[in-house]
Design a protein around this ligand. Structure first.
Ligand SMILES: Nc1ncnc2c1ncn2[C@@H]1O[C@H](COP(=O)(O)OP(=O)(O)OP(=O)(O)O)[C@@H](O)[C@H]1O
Length: 310
């Protein structure tokens, strides 16, 4: 495994004494899309800010493409593009100028052809002479990405890339991020949208209360933890689960009107036909059946709720 970012024992205690990160170890693989998931205040932005050199860690070390972020700050920072959560660009600046300016900040010679390519890739070329204030929210976000790409970074951080963006724009953004990855850029994104991680990320890291509680391939995680659920709506309520149904892992809800059956969606036999046959034999009538697949969201909620401090 070739890692492009190596994070070792990162701790962060803010000036007020708040411990925002508690010994985070993480390796980011070259060329992957890595999603960092976590509830509000989990420490995602703190971690990204430390990697990008905007916040100092209290302890631990990080190397980015072989450069220590403290000792070789400039080299490390030069390999990183950061798209922050909030837009901060002068409202009166023009799109092309602001992107060209970002490149200059890193000491690179002007490159009009590169700026043009970036703007075209982000479908901003038509807006190249527009002022930032004249753009829609989605366009502004793309301008922030263009600015982050202007110095040709190998790594791109996207902090909540689709927060507050409508579904269609979110899909566009996903396409864009994939296209960037296809050009060899390693992408780390933070998100509250589980669907986003599920859809896009090669690997997922879950951070909660300053601790990285899980890092896993997205597909393996879904396979390992993904279950399916069948709900049987009963015609008449049951007072208790009949012992004849003990072969299935069933739960009866509080009013006795719903049977819930959780099964492994990868199992050869789900046990559903036999369960339904047994219900019929027992004379238990039902009015409806629903199935539901657990999503990364369920997995995430269960992980995070299990670890809430008492
Ligand atoms: N400058 C600061 N001084 C003190 N505490 C801070 C500071 N910045 C962040 N924190 C605290 O550190 C914790 C982690 O914040 P952080 O912004 O990293 O969370 P996050 O996971 O990015 O959350 P969100 O999803 O809401 O953006 C929070 O409890 C926050 O209040």
């Amino acid at each position: 495994m070739q890692s492009i970012i190596s994070i070792k024992g990162i701790e962060k205690t803010y000036a007020g004494g708040f411990r925002a990160l508690k010994g985070v170890d993480l390796d980011i693989r070259r060329g992957e899309i890595f999603a960092l998931l976590g509830p509000n205040g989990a420490g995602k932005t703190t971690l990204i800010s430390i990697i990008c050199g905007l916040v100092n860690a209290t302890a631990g070390s990080i190397s980015v493409d072989g450069h220590d972020i403290v000792r070789n700050y400039r080299q490390a920072r030069a390999t990183i593009g950061l798209v922050p959560q909030e837009l901060h660009t002068d409202a009166f600046e023009r799109v092309r100028d602001t992107v060209a300016f970002s490149r200059g900040l890193f000491g690179h010679a002007p490159d009009a052809a590169l700026v043009e390519r970036i703007l075209r890739d982000l479908t901003l070329w038509d807006k190249r002479d527009a002022q930032i204030k004249e753009l829609s929210g989605g366009m502004k976000r793309r301008v922030m990405i263009a600015k982050a790409l202007a110095h040709e970074p190998r790594i791109l951080f996207l902090d909540e890339p689709t927060a507050g963006v409508d579904v269609e724009l979110r899909r566009d953004m996903w396409g864009l991020v994939r296209a960037l990855r296809d050009t060899g850029v390693t992408i780390i994104l933070t998100t509250h949208y589980i669907e986003e991680a599920e859809e896009m990320a090669d690997r997922v890291g879950v951070i909660n209360n300053g601790e990285l509680v899980l890092v896993e391939d997205t597909s393996a995680l879904m396979k390992k933890l993904g279950t399916k659920e069948l709900t049987v709506l009963l015609a008449e309520p049951l007072a208790a689960l009949p012992p004849e149904l003990a072969d299935w892992r069933l739960e009866l809800n509080a009013d006795g009107r719903e049977l819930r059956y959780v099964f492994d969606r990868h199992a050869d036999r789900t046990g559903i036909p036999s369960l339904l046959a047994r219900l019929r034999d027992l004379g238990i009538a039902f009015t409806d059946l629903n199935t539901r697949q657990s999503s990364l969201e369920d997995i995430f909620v269960s992980l995070v709720s299990d670890r809430r401090p008492a």
